[in-house]
Design a protein around this ligand. Structure first.
Ligand code: FES
Length: 113
């Protein structure tokens, strides 16, 4: 897999602690990523929980907990720091989502994968 920055959405597509924007990383391996906006910054992760490696969201793009403080896995409720991906509560505590490098270039949100 070649790693380079690719445009996944526009800055204006992201809402603070809102719905995540998903993108395909490797269609053949059913591997996807998502980007969210938290405290004004975009953060991107591979959409794969470290617990049993399912995607976090049952409803597409719904990855924040009710308080909009943490990313949440819909399967068993793990909570992750949205700035680092580290699990702070749940069955995979201290494990981490795989964070992807993000750059904002003009209006474009670009993620390396
Ligand atoms: S699959 Fe995510 S917490 Fe279990």
């Amino acid at each position: 897999m070649v790693t380079k920055f690719k445009t996944v959405c526009l800055v204006s597509d992201l809402t603070e602690r809102g719905v995540a924007i998903g993108f395909a990383i490797d269609v053949d391996r059913f591997l996807n990523g998502f980007v969210v906006k938290f405290d004004g910054q975009p953060y991107a992760f591979i959409n794969r929980c470290p617990h049993v490696r399912t995607e976090l969201d049952w409803v597409p793009g719904v990855v924040f907990d009710e308080q909009k403080s943490f990313l949440s896995c819909a399967t068993h409720g793990a909570l992750f720091d949205p700035t680092t991906g580290v699990c702070i509560r749940g069955p995979c505590i201290n494990q981490s989502l795989v964070a992807l490098p993000v750059r904002v270039i003009g209006e474009e949100v670009c993620v390396a994968f």
